[in-house]
Structure formats: structure tokens, C-alpha cells
Design a protein around this ligand. Structure first.
Ligand code: NAD
Length: 428
């Protein structure tokens, strides 16, 4: 299997790799089942607003470099936009557009009062110093702050951004607003209004989704061999929590390669090695393989938790899991999704499986606005309640319409947003 990004350069696969087209295909399949009329379809498919910004940043060597960024707000019918900010060299408008729409459906599928948005900055954080990243983050915040606000658009971390990035955004916004506005972003450090449990929330949601899916298909964690793609916030923490639940993690990867041990990896030792060395390379108790071989490994559960377009028409026919729980956003192309359904492979889709992060982001926003903070036990038990209930609603819908879990999740999500649209009516 080739990596998604290598295939993305193949002109024959451009459409398959366009995440916005993948999102539109999932949306339209669900909209057909719902009998959604054309007008509502048009409204719900297009983003409400797209902002492209250019930001001059002084680099450490004294030169000025101009960066490009985006903030796309897909829909605000159910509440303020919610969605992460990604720093990566291959950020592009179609990707941000798709990710912002997925946020609308994700917030709706777990029934939290947010719409969807997403941001991205084209940059390579690996080549930038902390000072350069701080200046870029502050410049980006100033460039998009007219459309931000605790009641308008509340960003969060995504690939290559984290608690420190959120702290810089919160500070920049607050300095301009002339008051400390903690609820402007989520995924902040605890000391400035973050929530207990937020760091682990997406991985915890993945673990809860895997548990629910296993019950549905009659399997047990101790008999489940797991391949996890990615070892960052979602993959690393997801692997750790699955390991604690008794799953056997046989492979995990980072952007440089994967490690594999059929007897099961000592996940805490792997994560310690990663923290100390910055990469999986050199971990002793496992064989090392190139990433191109990871998804072909024997396993029962595959957790893609790295990036988009990893399961495609090129490998969907040959990968071996019985179950896929999508930690990443858009890891499966729409074409591959149909192939997996035909093969009887159960896929817990991204908009459900990785919704733990946005759910605890919602808890963080609520706590910031109340100025009253919850214990980790309360956060985790409320998260579990929402994830289990959402999973049940999606699987009931799948049975009712005789569709896969992905289409069912879209049906649940779109129906909720369309209902609000009909109730609110058209303001014009
Ligand atoms: P991260 O930056 O913390 O980690 C990304 C991981 O993927 C790293 O281990 C990196 O080395 C690895 N990676 C990158 N390219 C790879 C490749 N081709 N093969 C194997 N590994 C590769 O990012 P994250 O926050 O864990 O996000 C991962 C995915 O989950 C993204 O799709 C993101 O949109 C999605 N997501 C994140 C959250 C969240 O709360 N962080 C919530 C929902 C969805």
C-alpha cells in the first residue's frame, strides 16, 4: 500500500482524495435516505463563510516570511462554530472545507449545541522554532479574530497544534478584547481554564466506541488484535486506553514508520520511548516496518488515527480487520467506504468515533462560562454517557434504514440540523 499523500499526487485519484467530495458523497447518500429537499441540501452542503488570510511573520534569522491560513465556518444553525486548527504543509481549502463540515455533523451526532468550523495554516512546524510558532499563532489569531468569539466560533487543537497553541490564541484574543476570555478556545492548559480529561478525551471516545462496537459484533477485548496508525494525541492515548482495557495492540506508527509485535506491544513503554526520543525508531521489543506495510498487517481492529485518505480503493479490498474505528478525520475515502461495507467490515465513522474530543471541548466551554470546574470523574462519566448513547442512536438508525454506521451517523446528524433549519426558518 502506498501512503495517502503519495497517492494524492496520482491524477487518476484526485477526486477520490478530495475530502470535500468524500464528505459530499456521504452527505448525499444520507440526504437521499432522509428524502431531504433540494433547498435544504444546498444550504447544508456549502460552508457559511470562508476566510483566507496571509500573515507576515518575523523569523528567528530576521527575515520576514508570509504564511497563508484559513478559517472556514460550515454551519452555525445549532450554535457557535466548533473545530480545530491544523498546522501542516499540505493544508488546503478543500481539506479545511471538508473538516469544517464534518465538525457540523460530529457536533450534531453527539447532540452538543455547536455548529462546525475548521482552521488551517500552511506551514511546517517541524522546521520552526517555538518563538516562530508563537508569532505565527498570534498573527493568525489577529487575522481571523473578527469572526471568532465564545458565541461565534471556538477553535481547538488539531494536527500539530496543542495546549500551548491554544494558550497563545486565548492570550492574543484576550489582549484585544481587554478581558480574559477563556471560552474563546478549548483544549487549553488546565491552569488557564482547560478541562480535566480534555487531553485524553478523543482517545477515550475511540476506546468507548471500540467497546460498543465489539459488543455489537460479539467480540471481546482480550481476543482483539489492534493496529493503531498514528501515535499522537488520538493514536497514542487511544492505544494506551485500549491497552488498559485488555486489547492486544500489535502495531503502532508515527510519520517515520511502524513497530509490530504479534504478542502485543508494551504500550506504556512505547509511549515512554516516544516521549524520550520523539519517534518510535529504536524501540527494542518490536520489529520495525515502513508505514506502507502497516495497514496490511493481520489484525481484528484497525484504528486509523493519523490523517486523511489512508484507506482507499487501492487497499480497501485487501486490509484484514473485522472492525475499523476511525480516530482520524476522513481516513477512509468514500469509494473505500463502499468497498468495506460490501466486504462486511464494520466501520465506526469518524464523526462518531472521534467525537469524544469535541464533547469534552463542549464541557470545557461550559465550565469556562460558568467559572466552575468539574472533577475528572464527572467529565469522564458524562463523556461515556454521551458516547454510549450516540453509538446506540447511530446503530439503531443503521438497523432502521438498513445502512452502514457511516450513513446512519450522517442521517442522525443531518436530520437534527435540518430540523433546526426548518424551525428557525430563513432569515431574509
Ligand atoms: P497529532 O499531531 O497529535 O498526531 C498525529 C500522529 O500521526 C503523529 O504520531 C504522527 O507522527 C502520525 N502520522 C502522521 N502521518 C502519518 C502517516 N502517514 N502514517 C502514520 N502516522 C502518521 O494529531 P492528533 O491530534 O492525534 O490528530 C490525528 C487525527 O485525529 C487527525 O485526523 C485529526 O483531525 C483527528 N482528530 C483529532 C482530535 C483531537 O482532539 N486531537 C479530535 C478529533 C479528530
Amino acid at each position: 500500500m502506498s501512503s495517502g499523500h503519495a497517492l494524492a499526487t496520482d491524477p487518476a485519484m484526485q477526486d477520490e482524495f478530495n475530502p470535500f467530495l468524500s464528505m459530499a458523497r456521504g452527505f448525499n447518500t444520507a440526504a437521499d435516505h432522509l428524502g431531504l429537499d433540494e433547498g435544504i441540501r444546498d444550504v447544508l452542503q456549502q460552508p457559511d463563510r470562508e476566510l483566507k488570510v496571509t500573515m507576515p511573520v518575523r523569523m528567528d534569522d530576521g527575515t520576514v516570511k508570509v504564511f497563508t491560513g484559513y478559517r472556514i465556518q460550515h454551519n452555525t444553525l445549532r450554535g457557535p462554530c466548533k473545530g480545530g486548527i491544523r498546522f501542516a504543509p499540505d493544508v488546503n481549502p478543500d481539506e479545511v472545507r471538508a473538516l469544517s463540515a464534518w465538525m457540523t455533523w460530529k457536533c450534531s451526532v453527539v447532540n452538543i449545541p455547536f455548529g462546525g468550523g475548521k482552521g488551517g495554516v500552511i506551514c511546517d512546524p517541524r522546521t520552526m522554532s517555538t518563538g516562530e510558532l508563537e508569532r505565527l499563532t498570534r498573527a493568525y489569531t489577529i487575522a481571523i479574530m473578527d469572526i471568532l468569539g465564545p458565541d461565534r466560533d471556538v477553535p481547538a487543537p488539531d494536527m500539530n497544534t496543542g495546549e500551548q497553541t491554544m494558550a497563545w490564541i486565548m492570550d492574543t484574543y484576550s489582549m484585544h478584547a481587554r478581558s480574559t476570555t477563556t471560552a474563546i478556545v478549548t483544549g487549553k492548559p488546565l491552569s488557564i481554564g482547560g478541562s480535566l480529561g480534555r487531553r485524553e478525551a478523543t482517545g477515550r471516545g475511540v476506546m468507548i466506541s471500540a467497546n460498543e462496537a465489539l459488543k455489537m459484533i460479539g467480540m471481546r477485548p482480550e481476543n482483539t488484535r489492534v493496529v493503531v496508525q498514528g501515535s499522537g494525541n488520538v493514536g497514542g492515548i487511544g492505544a494506551q486506553l485500549l491497552h488498559q482495557e485488555g486489547y492486544r495492540i500489535v502495531s503502532i506508527s508515527d510519520m517515520y514508520g511502524c513497530i509490530h509485535n504479534t504478542h502485543g506491544l508494551d504500550v506504556p513503554a512505547v509511549l515512554l520511548h516516544l516521549r524520550e526520543n520523539g519517534r518510535l525508531d529504536g524501540f527494542r521489543e518490536a520489529e520495525h516496518l515502513p508505514n506502507t506495510e502497516q495497514l496490511d498487517l493481520d489484525c481484528d481492529l484497525l484504528v486509523p488515527a493519523a490523517t486523511e485518505n489512508q484507506i482507499t480503493s487501492k487497499n480497501a479490498n485487501t486490509i484484514k480487520p473485522k472492525l475499523i474505528v476511525e480516530g482520524a478525520n476522513g481516513p477512509t475515502t468514500a469509494v473505500a467506504s463502499d468497498i468495506l461495507t460490501d466486504r462486511g467490515i464494520v466501520v465506526v465513522p469518524d464523526i462518531l468515533a472521534n467525537a469524544g474530543g469535541v464533547t469534552v471541548s463542549y464541557f470545557e466551554w461550559v465550565q469556562d462560562r460558568m467559572g466552575y470546574f468539574w472533577t475528572e470523574e464527572i467529565v469522564n462519566s458524562r463523556l461515556e454517557q454521551i458516547m454510549v448513547q450516540s453509538f446506540a442512536e447511530v446503530s439503531t438508525t443503521a438497523k432502521k434504514y438498513d445502512v452502514c454506521l457511516r450513513t446512519a451517523a450522517y442521517i442522525v446528524a443531518i436530520d437534527r440540523v435540518a430540523t433546526v433549519y426548518r424551525m428557525r426558518g430563513l432569515f431574509s
